[in-house]
Design a protein around this ligand. Structure first.
Ligand code: MIC
Ligand code: SF4
Length: 771
């Protein structure tokens, strides 16, 4: 599988039978009862699972006070850190400046985002290894030096590998990827963060989070027929929308929750990122125990069984959820229908029975060009076996798939096992392509033939995100999200409006045939197998390992400190762009081909905000340069302002920075000299990333003030010199007709975060403390 593996001499390859970091897990479980008792004493009420995990991971140790949800900033001590290659570069470039010898908690790097899906897994992988060797070598040597576990390209997607190897019930982890939340499927509190947050924890410092609010989702009944775990979260996304989970942990419970497989729970938690939730989780149950044992972690299952009552919410909580959660939703799995969400946003949820109508009403192209399954969200053994079952039915019924079809396995463990069990051969027969164990098309690493023609077309996938241009770079591709089973059925039919529950298909012989509901196995009956999972352990003593970054590299660049705040108000700031509507991190710092520059801040800054729509002309990447009166591309115009010493601000709509954890979306505008981001509301990770990087992250107190910002405005900060927690700031908008008006803007900075702003970024403070 590893066509051209990165080899670092002296590294040992770990086999499946070893459990990672068992001593750490033992220690977490040893202190659990005492810490829960302390939490009960301060809160004086029954506890949800989320509260149990949060209170057992306080930086201070045993709780000494109850924390107010949605209000208190609290310091936590996560058990571990995970990073993927596209974000690890920035995280580790920052960590290298923190002056530490070794990471303070177990940490891993996963090479998954930089592999382009083009022909098939083997050749695509060796091409990626050649093309990205500089980055892979950097990551492997930094990992080796600082005691970080390194998963080679081809080993799999971070979240799947974490679920298989590292996640454990009751644990807390952070990861430099928004879908870190996937590990909630194994009963963790796992949270996506920017690299600067990861750096803090790896450097042995506390990790700060506003104590989340709690949403309880009670699942009753049992999945049946065409429904799968994916449909639960597709429905939840429809209910809560892309911002409904902001600042909240979602906790699932009830008999329906217990009936789901562990990997199905992972899928639900994974896509919790799409409703903006801080994370999602499930209480420890038999499905998790089965999964732990089948992935070689019998010791962890035994340990978890030892404190089982602490690894789920209290009985009183689940009996009267309204009393203990801030919001409660109930879903009956018996009545659930398969959903198709999209296009362009993951919360536009259409039940399959209404798709014909919705497609006609919205004029969506109904011909499905491509069906894609896999990704970190949906590539479990169960998912693949159920999809393979449908492919097999189609083969046996002489139905030829009308759309192209591809599979991106989540890990080498799954890929090897599904090949052994004959599923790959079934997909082959269907004419499907198996891409490398990597993100691939999910993040625009897809050499889709013809995408450059920018034709309007429909694809269906089982990934999690479907923002404009995300999969193939074509803004006219309508991407719909569905379960792997439904994606497979729609690819077979080649029709978005095909409802496999009721509709028939005509086969090669002209006969009318019907697909039966998919059947599959939760876990492989013969057990999982793998020859080389793709892991490299770090050196015991990495002090002699050299990490070099070439000054002439266009892929890696050592970081320069951002300038400190000069202590005065910002005056005569120009509006670089007033973004209209959805502005996700994909719009602020596109992925796809730009992933190449994730380790080089100046180069990647050339994509800053090129996907955002300019409110004033409705166009992308075309903004007025107030210095010349001409229109230009956003990065070029901003570079001109920077060169002329003109301060700028970016204005945005609601849920600005939704989506990814990529801190590039905060660092790039900062690097280019933007001073503030002023929006109706922020997505959580992005807001923290902006604060960490020394940017002003501000919100309109009165959302309608967004309308007051005009293209030619000059903006003065009136009272930045008295910037303080809980105190709004005042801006004076000077319009070009000579009038002016003041508006109030809010923020969520606490005293420590204001220090980050003053220092020019959190890293500058760490550097100062080193000296
Ligand atoms: C994503 O799914 O958008 C990504 C690519 O995995 C990102 C991370 C990144 O931008 O590198 C995420 O979800 O955080
Ligand atoms: Fe990779 Fe897609 Fe998962 Fe992000 S969502 S980690 S790009 S597979």
């Amino acid at each position: 599988m590893f066509a051209n593996p990165i080899v670092i001499s002296g590294l040992k390859i770990l086999t499946m039978s070893q459990v990672f970091d068992l001593e750490m897990i033992k220690e977490v479980y040893r202190r659990f009862p005492e810490r829960i008792a302390a939490a009960r004493a301060v809160t004086n009420k029954p506890l949800t699972l989320a509260e149990k995990i949060l209170y057992t991971h306080l930086w201070e140790g045993n709780a000494t006070a109850a924390h107010e949800r949605g209000k208190s900033y609290v310091d936590f001590a996560p058990d571990r850190v995970a990073m993927q290659d596209a974000t690890a570069q920035m995280a580790l470039l920052q960590f290298m400046q923190a002056g530490r010898k070794k990471v303070a908690v177990p940490s891993t790097v996963h090479c998954d985002h930089l592999i382009q899906a083009k022909v098939e897994s083997k050749s695509d992988l060796s091409e990626a290894v050649n093309k990205n060797s500089e980055v892979y070598n950097f990551l492997s040597s930094v990992s080796n030096k600082y005691g970080i576990g390194f998963w080679k390209p081809g080993a799999g997607i971070i979240h799947q590998v974490v679920l298989e190897n590292y996640a454990f019930p009751g644990g807390m982890m952070i990861g430099t990827d928004s879908h870190t939340v996937n590990a909630g499927g194994l009963g963790m509190i796992a949270i996506g963060v920017g690299g600067a947050d990861a750096m803090d924890v790896m450097a042995g410092m506390a990790w700060e989070l506003k104590f989340p609010k709690l949403i309880g989702i009670k699942l009753t009944g049992k999945l049946n027929g065409w429904c799968s775990a994916k449909d639960v979260i597709l429905k939840v996304a429809g209910i809560l929308t892309v911002k409904g989970g902001t600042g909240c942990i979602v906790e699932y419970f009830g008999e329906g929750a217990e009936s789901l497989s562990c990997t199905g729970k992972g899928t639900i938690c994974n896509m919790g990122a799409e409703i903006g939730a801080t994370t999602s989780t499930f209480g420890y149950d038999d499905s998790m125990e089965r999964y732990l044992r089948s992935t070689g972690r019998t010791e962890v299952a035994d340990l978890a069984n030892g404190i089982r009552e602490h690894l789920t919410g209290d009985v009183e909580v689940y009996a009267n959820p309204e009393q203990y959660f801030d919001q409660v939703i109930e879903i009956n799995l018996d009545e659930l229908e398969p959903y198709i969400n999209g296009p362009f946003t993951p919360d536009l949820a259409t039940p399959i029975s209404q798709m014909k109508e919705a497609a006609a009403k919205n004029d969506w192209p109904t011909k499905v060009e491509v069906g894609l399954i896999g990704s970190c969200t949906n590539s479990s053994y169960e998912d693949i076996s159920r999809s393979a079952n449908l492919a097999k039915q189609a083969n046996e019924l002489s139905i030829k798939a009308k759309a192209e079809f591809s599979i991106t396995p989540g890990s080498e463990l799954v890929r090897y096992t599904i090949e052994r069990d004959g599923f790959t051969a079934i997909f082959d027969q269907m004419g499907a392509k198996v891409f490398a164990n990597a993100c691939g098309p999910c993040i625009g690493m897809w050499a889709r033939v013809g995408a450059e023609k920018k034709e309007r077309n429909t694809i269906v996938h089982s990934f999690n995100r479907n923002f404009s241009a995300r999969q193939d770079g074509n803004p006219n591709t309508l991407a719909f999200v569905a379960s792997p089973e439904l994606t497979t059925a729609l690819a077979i039919a080649g029709d978005l409006t095909f409802n496999p529950l009721t509709d028939t298909l005509i086969n090669e012989k002209g006969e009318q045939v019907k697909l039966m509901p998919p059947a599959g196995d939760e876990l492989p009956s013969k057990g999982f197998a793998v020859e080389d999972a793709g892991y490299q352990a770090p050196a015991e003593d990495g002090s002699g390992v050299q990490v070099s970054v070439s000054e002439t590299s266009d892929r890696l660049q050592l970081l320069n400190a951002f300038p400190e705040w000069n202590g005065s108000n910002i005056e005569n700031a120009r509006v670089l762009i007033k973004a209209k509507g959805k502005c996700t991190t994909d719009h602020i710092s596109m992925a796809g081909k730009w992933l190449t520059f994730r380790g080089h801040l100046d180069n990647i800054a050339n994509n800053t905000l090129i996907g955002a729509t300019n409110f004033f002309n409705g166009e992308q990447n075309k903004v007025k340069n107030q210095l010349t009166g001409e229109y230009g591309e956003v990065p070029a115009v901003q570079r001109a302002y920077k060169a002329a010493g003109v301060p700028t601000i970016v204005v945005g709509d609601t849920n600005y920075g939704e989506g990814s954890s990529r801190e590039h979306a905060a660092m790039q505008p900062r690097h280019l000299g933007v001073r503030a981001i002023l929006v109706k509301s922020f997505a959580r990770i992005h807001e923290t990333n902006l604060k960490k990087q020394g940017m002003l992250a501000l919100t309109f107190i009165n959302e309608a003030d967004y309308d007051k910002i005009r293209e030619n405005d000059q903006i003065d900060f009136i009272d930045l010199t008295s910037f303080a927690p809980e105190k709004p700031l005042t801006l004076n908008l000077k319009h070009d007709d000579g009038t002016s008006e003041t508006i109030q803007v809010g923020h969520t900075y606490n005293a420590q975060q204001i220090e980050w702003f003053k220092a020019g970024g959190a890293l500058n403070l760490i550097r100062k403390n080193l000296n």
